[in-house]
Structures are given as C-alpha cells and as structure tokens.
Design a protein around this ligand. Sequence first.
Ligand code: AMP
Length: 217
Amino acid sequence: MNLVLLGPPGSGKGTQARLLVERLGFIQLSTGDMFREAVKRGSAIGKEASGYLTSGKLVPDELTVGVVREKISLVEKSSSLILDGFPRNLFQAEELRKIFIELNLSLDLVLLFDVERNVLVNRLAGRRVCTKCGKSFHIESAPPRIFGICDGCGGQLDQRKDDSRDVIEKRLSIYDTENSPMVSFYSKLGVLRNIDGALSQEIVFQDIKKILLGGSS
Ligand code: AMP
C-alpha cells in the first residue's frame, strides 16, 4: 500500500505520517525532511536547496524529482511507502507516476488534508520542532512538559526558519496555486480521498485507518 499525503503546510501530514510509521510500519519519505537534513549536513544538494527552504519557495523540480527517484528506488519493493510533501505541483505528480510505473509500484491512495487558513497560520507560527527526533509541539495547544525540551527524546525544541509569518504566507500562497491541478490529476485517477485535518491528531489517524482498511472516511 503506497500513499501520497497532500495538503497545505501545517495540515498535519508530517504528524500523521509519523503515526503511520510508528503504528502501522509505513516508511515515510518526506522531501522537506530530506532537504533540511541535506542543508544540515552541508551536502551539495543541501547547498543548492538552502535558499529555497529559507524563503519558502519550492526547490527546483529537476533536483527534487531526482532525489525522490533515488530514494524510492532504494526502498524495499514490499514496503508500504508514504510520500509526504511530494508531489508539490502537477509536474512532480506526473513524474511520480512515471517513477512508479518504471519501478512497477502502485500508487494506491492520495489523502488530501483540508484545514482552514487561520488554523494553519496559527499552527505553523506556534510550531516548535525537536532538533533531534523531529517531533512537533505547539506553544499553546501541545506544549512540551518542560519548556523548550522534547518530551520524547529530551532534544532541544526550535522554530523552523520557514515558520516565520512572512514565509508562512509565501508557502501557503504557493500551495494555493499549485495544489488544484494535482487534485484534478489524482481525482481523475480515482485515488483521491479527503481528510478533515482540523480534527485532533488521534481522530484524524482513526479516519485514515478506516480508509486504509477499506471503510468510509
Ligand atoms: P515541508 O517540510 O514539506 O514544509 O517543506 C519545506 C521546504 O522544503 C519547502 O518550503 C520547499 O522549499 C522544500 N520542499 C519540500 N518538498 C518539496 C517539493 N516536493 N518540491 C519542491 N520543494 C520542496
């Protein structure tokens, strides 16, 4: 079972991907995480991607698709894969389809997370992420037990550079432009399902599980 998670920044794709990995054994492929790690390592890809991440713009398709193709080709064929943050535009969606065909993989389900704009801005602006394990917290709605420290691994919490107000606006406006052609693309393929991403993370997870098990959302 291979999944794509679509939805605006802050809609909970990363959180749900993490739960799917922990509880159902999926393998998560997050292009955002991959680029952030590359920037941290100072690799050639990281150097090329860095400015795009800071400003909230999309990393060029050629680089992004190349990285994703390589990662997917290295994953065990029998694994269940979640693509989180990829594709981000119609071109990437079409390229992903080709990659899946080349590797004889099927794309079984595309989940589209829907969340109101003001909720997204609030979630992103208050988000704090563990620098060690990547777990997300929120300064108001999901604070850590000890200020600035991850409940899970004791790592230090930090704010992503692209979670500043102006960059949030930029990222959301790119999403608005690029998302609807992808929604039509996946809708025509008959694999698209909607998720109410405004609900609590546990309820969203149960909704996804129902869809995965073939029930109604
Ligand atoms: P995310 O963690 O998914 O919010 O992604 C953080 C940043 O990584 C984005 O704002 C882009 O700069 C870059 N990025 C992540 N995924 C993609 C993608 N599929 N295409 C282009 N850039 C991406």
